[in-house]
Design a protein around this ligand. Structure first.
Ligand code: THU
Length: 129
């Protein structure tokens, strides 16, 4: 699958964002090793800490349906510029996609790709205990 296609899945998912508090809409699409795509949006809550990011929504949908191997995630937001995943989402990526790629798009429409390992160096993983 082309990176542009995965980004368009993320853009589609962004319309479902539930973000009445921040008014910041995020969409994500994860690609499994077998080629399936799962999408997610951010889901906020009046108790702010209960909010779930778009990236984790996408991963948790996939994982809860039996998926375990992932290749990439595309992320878009209402900022129109590249939106880097938060630390908690990077940790989830490290668990399920340590060799994965994070795909973002700048406001100049330039597609950027980052390795999970460069976004979360010196990560704590199952190898540490
Ligand atoms: N958010 C995401 O969904 N993903 C990110 O990578 C950054 C932050 C959401 C959480 C919250 O709903 C809103 O953006 C503002 O933090």
């Amino acid at each position: 699958m082309k990176v542009e296609e995965l980004l368009s899945y993320a853009t589609y998912a962004k319309q479902y964002a539930y973000a009445p508090y921040s008014n910041f809409q995020v969409g994500a699409a994860v690609l499994t090793s077998s080629g399936k795509v799962y999408t997610g949006c951010n889901i906020e809550n009046a108790s702010y800490g209960a909010t779930n990011c778009a990236e984790r929504t996408a991963f948790f949908k996939a994982i809860s349906e039996g998926e375990r191997d992932f290749k990439a995630i595309a992320i878009v937001s209402s900022s129109q510029d590249e939106t880097f995943p938060c630390g908690i989402c990077r940790q989830v990526m490290m668990e399920f996609m340590p060799d994965g790629i994070v795909i973002l798009e700048t406001k100049e429409k330039q597609i950027k790709q980052y390795r999970v390992q460069e976004l979360l160096p010196y990560a704590f993983t199952k190898k540490d205990f």
